[in-house]
Design a protein around this ligand. Sequence first.
Ligand code: HEM
Length: 460
Amino acid sequence: MSIFDKIKAAVTPAPALELHDIQATLLFDRPDPYFGTHVLLRIDTPEGGRTLLSRLAPHVRSAADARGNDAAWIAVALSHGALVALEVPAASLESFPDTFREGMAARADRLMDTGANAPEHWEAPYGSGQVHVTVSIFAPDEASWRQAMDTARSQFDALQGVTLLGSHDFGAQPDSRNPFGYRDNISNPAIEGSPMPAAPSPDPAIKAGEFILGYPGESGVPLAMPSPPELGRNGSFVVLRKYRADAAAFNRFLRDNAETPQQQELLAAKLVGRWRSGAPLTLAPERDDPALGADRQRNNDFGYGDDQAGLQAPPGCHIRRMNPRDSKLAVLTDVNLHRIARRSTTFGPPWRADLLEDDGAERGLFFIGLSARAHATTEFMQQEWINHGNFVDLGKERDPIVGTQPEDSTYTIPQCPVRRRIHGIHSFCTLRGGEYLFMPSLSALHWLSQPNPHKQAIFR
Ligand code: HEM
């Protein structure tokens, strides 16, 4: 983008967002604590699919109704297979990006989903082309979760032409801890015009068009939008990736590479860039500060400008890779073009510090990333920021949390006088499946539930 375009984008007033038409999940963080379910459905007949969407649409929460994230909501997303099954006109299908049309499994090479992460090892039904509709219920408490789940279920139970493929519950861990024991749901981009109050951070607010189709993006113009506008506008794209987390291997790694429990916690913080309490190393470099970790007004208010060498937060730690903020990068990159809104959810029994052997329980995380270019951003992150280290001068070193680690991989912790290089870091997360999805606006859900002659007419 030229300097002229940047100035123009900065001074042009942001258009008001059509909140009544945008799904709440796009703009609101998930509740904290949270309960919920992801439901996966297949459309067997166009009529069944249209009926499903017309029944679900009135229950999908809009960003105007969200009034904060303290009530249960239902969100709906569709795969390319859903649009085909709904007999969306070919001209419209062709207007979607190739990434979405091909689907996550077919993009495995670009995502570096190889070895144990390759689609041939995924759980059914992911990657089979059968996941057409995902219905996600997010709730702040168990009672409202069950109520919202009953509402959602009654829209597809016994509905002809639609098959329930599976459902997966997820839920709050104490202090919103993820499968490795870290507080999450902390850092998300501030989106211009969003009613969700952003936590204080020196990161600039990002133009709404980077997240919602139909509004100007960082370049000053909207990103390419699927046609017709009735379908594309106020929608977004979603990346869903189900990870199994090997919490016992992670705990063993900490034990084997640190002498005392305190040093283990410091090593855990050096891998992520935050203490397990959520306190960022940049603000609490020596010891944990749980009050800071829990304080939304303070726990994301930092940059790396005074720590370019990474003596506090290592350049290769998870959060510095995923959002380098003001780090000086070895490869010129506009960080604002690679932000993603996360609505990830943890599943399985709560994390335990004393878990050293696999107890057979399924623990993990559904990574959910949203943006108007979420698929391309995730492919970029997987290639450049997760499974490579050149951009931070770390050669072939990979992300210590989600990177796929080849034999004898290393992790570097800058320190004085000599850096520490740990050998033999494992892959702690295994991809169990995933899908590229489109999150339509509420009016697009109605449009999709119309019979086809109505839709064809738009292209005549
Ligand atoms: C099981 C897998 C994963 C685990 C356990 C994990 C864990 C974490 C934790 C503990 C944080 C810090 C807390 C927060 O800001 O919410 C975080 C932040 C983040 N993660 Fe992950 N993550 C995982 C997968 C991913 C993947 C696959 C991506 C991207 C493709 C990703 C992108 C991010 C981003 C963008 C941030 C915020 C960074 C910032 O703004 O400072 N994560 N993650």
